[in-house]
Design a protein around this ligand. Structure first.
Ligand SMILES: Cc1ncc(C[n+]2csc(CCOP(=O)(O)OP(=O)(O)O)c2C)c(N)n1
Ligand code: SF4
Ligand SMILES: [Mg+2]
Length: 342
């Protein structure tokens, strides 16, 4: 369809309705000829943010590369729920190795393709937050430092979900996991500096770093397409809520991801060669309570005697992100000029 303004009610869902939009404005998912890279029938929990994020990311990468793509997967939920032997939900060339070495294996695949004269075949490495920020970090930092021609995607659900919700270096302060239980005088995960992987990636000065959430899937697709246009090491960090580990309703996956962005706790941005080039502004700024209180992993902060101090510390983290990246358009002049630079 061409011409004439399309009204909101005509646009409908990202998956189907936006076929009414101008072709350039449509999502990859609205294309009936999309790859369906991660096909239905896999064993992810209902409402799994990781399954949703991976499907959109890989379909966008397939379209951007004309189907010349290989994916290398670390161990984790995404690998386990998609490939119960002898079945697979992947309809693309896909390789699993170990929990900690996906960036190195992806580098090897890209090198092998080059040697075979098939540098047109592009490579994606992908892992959960544990596989990225903890056990895989040495391999990932090497991949960045050598500027290997790989897009590495971290699906961040903020804990080791596949093995029963243990804490990772990306688990936020105060969150309850199986290894940071809601007991004692300071329940949940400790407050620390955490591992801010997007900023660590930026510190390597690689060509492209971006963050996204499953609440804005059009933005996610656009970032994958941009990343596939660039050569060298690229990093995409996607927030993917996990209903099981976060204690959220499976129907709230998108809502909780949107709240993470709108509180400022998860800044959505792009950076090139170590400098932030764009941020997604917060449209409706909300206090962190709205985000925390719908997740059972924070239930110990609420109830009869709410942990006012802890909630205030989390709010301060959100405010710090908002000031650092200039996320609130109503709070002009707060962005640090060299955001992302250590
Ligand atoms: C060397 C090694 N240690 C531990 C494990 C067990 N293990 C498999 S997946 C996993 C956690 C994965 O967490 P994450 O990377 O965050 O992915 P998620 O399941 O949360 O998507 C662990 C501890 C392993 N497979 N190999
Ligand atoms: S445990 Fe979490 S990440 Fe794993 S399949 Fe279930 S919802 Fe997805
Ligand atoms: Mg995880």
């Amino acid at each position: 369809m061409t011409g004439g303004p399309v009204r909101f009610y005509q646009v409908g869902s990202f998956a189907v309705g936006n076929r009414l939009l101008h072709p350039e404005d449509r999502t990859v998912q609205s294309d009936p000829d999309r790859t369906n890279s991660l096909d239905s029938g896999h064993r992810a929990c209902q409402g799994c943010g990781e399954a949703l994020g991976a499907r959109y990311a890989l379909d966008a990468a397939m379209r951007a590369t004309g189907g010349r793509l290989m994916a290398v997967n670390a161990t984790g939920c995404l690998e386990v729920f998609s490939t119960p032997y002898p079945q697979t939900s992947w309809r693309i060339a896909w390789l699993h190795s170990l929990f900690g070495n996906a960036p190195a294996v992806a580098t090897g695949v890209a090198a092998a393709m080059k040697v075979k004269g098939r540098a047109d075949v592009r490579v994606i490495g992908q892992a959960g937050d544990g596989g990225t920020v903890d056990i895989g970090f040495g391999c990932l930092s090497g991949m960045f430092e050598r500027n290997d021609d790989v897009l590495f995607i971290c699906y961040d659900n903020e804990a080791y979900m596949n093995t029963g919700v243990q804490r990772s270096g990306a688990t936020p302060p105060a969150a309850r996991t199986a290894t940071t239980e809601a007991v004692g005088s300071q329940p949940g995960n400790v407050f620390g500096q955490g591992k801010d992987l997007p900023r660590l990636a930026m510190a390597h000065d690689i060509p492209y770093v971006a963050t996204a959430t499953v609440a804005d899937l059009h933005d996610l697709e656009g970032k994958v397409e941009r990343a596939m246009d660039i050569h060298g090491a690229r990093y995409l960090h996607i927030l993917v809520p996990c209903p099981l580990g976060w204690g959220t309703a499976s129907c709230d996956t998108i809502r909780v991801a949107r709240l993470a962005q709108e509180t400022g706790l998860f800044p959505v941005l792009e950076a090139e060669h170590g400098r932030v080039t764009s941020v997604s502004p917060i449209r409706h700024r909300v206090p962190v309570e709205e985000y925390l209180s719908i997740q059972r992993r924070y239930a110990h902060l609420f109830g009869e005697h709410p942990s006012v101090e802890v909630i205030a510390r989390i709010q301060a983290m959100a405010d710090h992100n908002i000031a650092r990246y200039g996320l609130d358009p109503h709070q002009v002049g707060d962005a640090e000029p060299e955001a992302g630079r250590p």
